[in-house]
Design a protein around this ligand. Structure first.
Ligand SMILES: [Zn+2]
Length: 252
């Protein structure tokens, strides 16, 4: 059974995403042959096709939160996952404000897949993956940290949030931590993590490997690879994602 993660995009922040300095097609999580697409931002469907993949392979789409850089292509992906609404197929997990208030998920196709509203403390079994949302993040819209747990592999993902102490204990014994690293230094009042913020999270969660992603132009200028090497200096294994990067979970 195959288990891997593939990055269809690594852009974060308005300029980087909406000028497509890096792509923003989301993260494909495959654990023990169950497939979930996470945060299909602008260009996601095209990226899947470019890499020879099909949304019909998906068992679910997981949306961390409804900001456009994470959700812009969600309807195209749903349409493709359900064969244009002809086949009932898959599930979509998203916070309730993505469904109900100023929804980013269109209503007309909702009968063609399982609708799941995520909440703090929730969990759902999708194929071989247990998806849980243990912590509500501090962002301008509803947003949850998520854990994808198979029999042999586990992945934690922290998207956009202000730094706060519970992030240090949100996951235990995970193989891979994916963490959105938008800035170099914390900026007051901006609800995104910086390199400074993620250091204490990584050294407390201690995953086998950490991938930083969702880069603004500021981080790209500073070279994500160099940042990852610096973060690896005290024994943690941190890598910087690039568009198209695939990690085999059996090799972690
Ligand atoms: Zn956001």
């Amino acid at each position: 059974m195959s288990s891997y993660v593939k990055f269809f995009g690594t852009a974060g922040g308005r300029f980087s995403v909406f000028n497509q300095i890096r792509a923003s097609g989301g993260i494909w999580v495959c654990i023990e042959d169950t497939n979930i697409l996470v945060d299909p931002g602008p260009g996601s469907l095209l990226k899947l096709i470019e890499y020879g993949r099909s949304a019909r392979e998906l068992d679910a789409v997981f949306l961390s939160h409804r900001h456009l850089d994470h959700s812009a292509d969600i309807n195209s992906i749903i349409e493709s996952m359900t064969s244009g609404g002809r086949n009932y197929h898959g599930a979509v997990l998203a916070p309730s404000d993505a469904w109900d208030s100023d929804p980013v998920i269109l209503g007309y196709n909702r009968a063609n897949y399982k609708n799941i509203r995520t909440y703090e403390g929730g969990w759902w079994q999708i194929g071989n993956i247990k998806i849980s949302t243990p912590l509500k993040l501090v962002h301008t819209v509803e947003n949850f940290a998520v854990c994808f747990q198979g029999k042999r592999h586990s992945i934690g993902y922290i998207s956009d949030t202000l730094y706060f102490e519970p992030l240090k204990t949100v996951f235990a014994n995970i193989d891979l931590l994916i963490i959105n690293t938008v800035f170099i230094h914390s900026r007051g009042g901006i609800y995104h993590l910086s390199v400074d913020d993620i250091m204490p999270i990584i050294s407390s969660v201690r995953p086998k490997r950490t991938v930083i992603t969702h880069f603004s132009t500021e981080v790209l200028k500073a070279q994500p690879d160099k940042i990852a090497s610096k973060l690896s200096e005290n024994g943690d294994y941190v890598v910087a994602a690039y568009d198209g990067m695939e990690l085999d979970l059996d090799e972690i």
